[in-house]
Design a protein around this ligand. Structure first.
Ligand SMILES: [Zn+2]
Length: 251
C-alpha cells in the first residue's frame, strides 16, 4: 500500500478519544478543542435510570461535530478491576451483545444524525469467559460497528493497509506530558500511521492529563493541520473502508 497516496494531502492521522462521558470532559476537554476546531470521539456508557438527564449535554457535543461512540451499557471489564467475580470472565457473548445493543438504542437518541458508529472497549478488554472457555467478543463488534477501539503497545499505531477495524489500537496517554504526546504524533504520523490517543480526564482525579499538556498537543495539531489529519475515529475508519480494505474489514 502506498501510504503517501492513501493519506494525501496528509502524512498520517490522529484521533483524540475520551472514555466514560464525564462532566470533566464537558468542562475541560471540549471547550479548548472547540476553540481550535478539533473534533474528537467520546465513548459513553448510558447507564442508570437518569441517563437521559445526565447525558443531555452530549446532544450539543454531537451536534457540534464530535463523534459519540458506544462504550457499552454496564461498562463491564475484567473481574480483576472489581477485585471480585462478576466481570467479563463471568459473562457470555450473548450477555455482552445485549448490553451493547441496549446502550446503542439509548445513544441513538443522543446523536440521531450519526449513521456510522464505533465502539470503545471498556478497559480495552475484548474477551468474555476464562481459561479454555475464554472467547473474543471482537466478532460481535465487527457485526454491529464500523470500528472498535482497544489498545496496543506503547509506541505503536495503526497501519491503514492491514489494521483490523473491529479492534484498532489506541494508546493510553494519562499523565503524559505534552512533549511526549507530540512526539508520538510527530513520529507515528510521519511513518504513515493512524495514532489513536485514549484520554479520560483533564486536570481531573482519575487517569488524568494536565490541561497545559492537553492544550500543548491541541495547538501542535492545529499548527500541523495541513500535514496531520486530526479526525474522529469514525471518519478515519470510513476513509479506510472506502479504500481497498473493504473486503478485509467487511465494511
Ligand atoms: Zn471506560
Amino acid at each position: 500500500m502506498d501510504l503517501k497516496k492513501f493519506w494525501s494531502p496528509f502524512c498520517g492521522a490522529v484521533s483524540i478519544t475520551f472514555d466514560d462521558g464525564t462532566e470533566n470532559q464537558l468542562e475541560k476537554a471540549i471547550p479548548p478543542m472547540d476553540r481550535l476546531g478539533i473534533k474528537g470521539t467520546f465513548y459513553i456508557h448510558p447507564q442508570g435510570d437518569d441517563w437521559q438527564e445526565r447525558l443531555a449535554p452530549w446532544k450539543d457535543v454531537a451536534k457540534n461535530g464530535h463523534e459519540i461512540g458506544n462504550h457499552s451499557l454496564s461498562h463491564t471489564c475484567s473481574s480483576n478491576f472489581l477485585m471480585n467475580f462478576g466481570g467479563l470472565e463471568e459473562k457470555s457473548l450473548f450477555e455482552i451483545e445485549q448490553d451493547i445493543l441496549i446502550a446503542q438504542k439509548r445513544l441513538d437518541q443522543i446523536a440521531p444524525h450519526q449513521h456510522d458508529w464505533t465502539f470503545g472497549y471498556p478497559c480495552s478488554n475484548t474477551f468474555v469467559g476464562r481459561g479454555i472457555q475464554r472467547q473474543s467478543y471482537v466478532p460481535i463488534i465487527a457485526k454491529h460497528f464500523l470500528a472498535g477501539r482497544s489498545s496496543g503497545e506503547y509506541g505503536f499505531a495503526n497501519h491503514p493497509g492491514v489494521v483490523d477495524l473491529s479492534c484498532v489500537w489506541g494508546i493510553s496517554v494519562e499523565r503524559m506530558s505534552g512533549f511526549e504526546m507530540i512526539g508520538f504524533a510527530e513520529e507515528l504520523t510521519h511513518r504513515g500511521l493512524w495514532l489513536i490517543l485514549i484520554f479520560h480526564e483533564i486536570d481531573g482525579e482519575r487517569l488524568t492529563n494536565g490541561s497545559y499538556d492537553f492544550k500543548m498537543l491541541l495547538h501542535y495539531l492545529h499548527r500541523k493541520r495541513d500535514l496531520i489529519w486530526t479526525a474522529p475515529v469514525v471518519e478515519v475508519a470510513k476513509k479506510i473502508c472506502s479504500s481497498g480494505l473493504k473486503q478485509i474489514n467487511g465494511c
